[in-house]
Design a protein around this ligand. Structure first.
Ligand SMILES: [Zn+2]
Length: 392
């Protein structure tokens, strides 16, 4: 009798262990597939070469941080602009604006260099605790196109262990441990530092070696965060930023004010790029209600349309830093802002330095993106010559 009871307990233990293993494997599969999902990118008429970031720092080769670098070189020589998207891969408007440029831009003069997944490791990670979806989809004329939703910081699978405190190099400012994985705290980086310092160092090398005139870092920020809907610029870029801000307001009717880059807060692209190279840095923030804390469920719908009843009631109490109504803050508007502000910075720079001018055409601006939708500008990878197809 006792033996039978023992056997039954053992059987239950085996069944229980089997259920646990099944649940572990079943829940791991979506994360595994997310990490290995690649977004097809159709290189447009302007793309002349695609290289890896490790070209500028060989020890990045073979790591998850070795991002793709798209070059769009004009027939006529001129200035150079670097666009970095996905510094924070959970702020996808920058990724979309940069991919629209890659798929559509024609460069007539100068060079456009685009890194769509600057923190590539973070683009393959997620934040289940905050309810992040693994992917999101946009409608296009040929059907829905799927993108990877990433996390703000590099994946612990690629950068581990975390330090107790992150000590910024070279200023030795003490930061949160998580900032060792935040590519907007590890500038200007060093060639033998932690992985994200190597990513920013490689980008610094790119800017120094290629003599990049203008660097634009694309972001999104909460509507309850004061530094949102703006262009962040250090002293050396502030005149151009102000002109770009005034022009988009006057000609295209949307706000993107200028915020000065703080001198004492280290590690940020808009600070260190300017201090460690001749490049003029700009950081663009478009509002992203999805990242605000007091919202309803973090759904794909909220990510894309930015409509939330809790934010709406907070807006009525004047708690937000941007105008907010029933229309939310849709992705097309955010991508459009990034696109127009980038084009305006490039055009203002070209006007001021005609010998280093950069002339770009066929990139949609704010009004076109709001009218046609972001997906309208993506080309069908299934109907593309494989030589023009890249998986990022
Ligand atoms: Zn950001």
């Amino acid at each position: 009798m006792k033996e039978t009871a023992m056997r039954r307990i053992t059987e239950w233990k085996i069944v229980f262990a089997g259920v646990v293993v099944f649940l572990m494997v079943a829940s791991a599969i979506p994360f595994y597939r997310h990490r290995h999902f690649r977004v097809p990118v159709v290189a447009g008429p302007g793309v002349t070469k695609v290289i890896k970031l490790s070209r500028y720092l060989p020890n990045l080769k073979g790591t998850a941080a070795d991002a793709d670098v798209f070059y769009l070189e004009g027939k006529e020589p001129g200035g150079k602009v670097l666009v970095m998207a996905g510094t924070h891969p959970n702020e996808p408007a920058g990724l979309l604006a940069s991919l629209i440029m890659i798929e559509n831009a024609v460069v007539e003069k100068g060079t456009l260099i685009i890194i769509p997944t600057f923190n590539r490791s973070g683009s393959m990670d997620t934040k289940p605790g905050d309810g992040y979806m693994l992917t999101f989809r946009l409608p296009t004329p040929w059907g829905p196109k799927t993108f990877r939703m990433g996390n703000r910081d590099a994946s612990p699978l690629d950068v581990w262990p975390d330090p107790d405190v992150y000590i910024h190099y070279p200023d030795r400012q003490l930061m949160s441990y998580i900032d060792a994985r935040n590519t907007n705290r590890t500038w200007p980086g060093r060639p033998d530092g932690p992985l994200m310092e190597r990513v920013t160092f490689a980008a610094m090398e790119l800017m120094r070696r290629e003599k990049v005139d203008v660097a634009i870092d694309l972001h999104g920020a909460e509507t309850m965060f004061p530094v949102t809907n703006c262009i962040v610029a250090p002293e050396k870029s502030s005149r151009l930023a102000t002109r770009a801000s005034l022009y988009v307001k006057a000609r295209e009717g949307f706000d993107s004010h200028v915020e000065p880059s703080p001198v004492g807060f280290r590690g940020l692209s808009h600070r260190e790029i300017g201090d460690y190279s001749d490049t003029l840095p700009f950081l663009l923030e478009a509002p992203i209600p999805f990242l605000d804390q007091p919202t309803g469920p973090k759904t794909e719908k909220l990510l894309l349309d930015g409509k939330d009843p809790f934010l709406l009631s907070l807006a009525k109490k004047k708690k937000l830093f941007v105008p907010y109504d029933e229309n939310g803050w849709p992705i097309d508007k955010r991508v459009g802002q990034h696109s127009s502000v980038m084009l305006e910075i490039i055009s203002q720079f070209s006007r001021k330095s005609p010998q280093r001018a950069i002339l770009i055409r066929d990139v949609p601006r704010y009004a076109e993106l709001v009218k046609n939708g972001t997906g309208y500008y993506f080309h069908n990878p299934a109907r593309t010559d494989k030589r023009h197809l890249y998986l990022i």
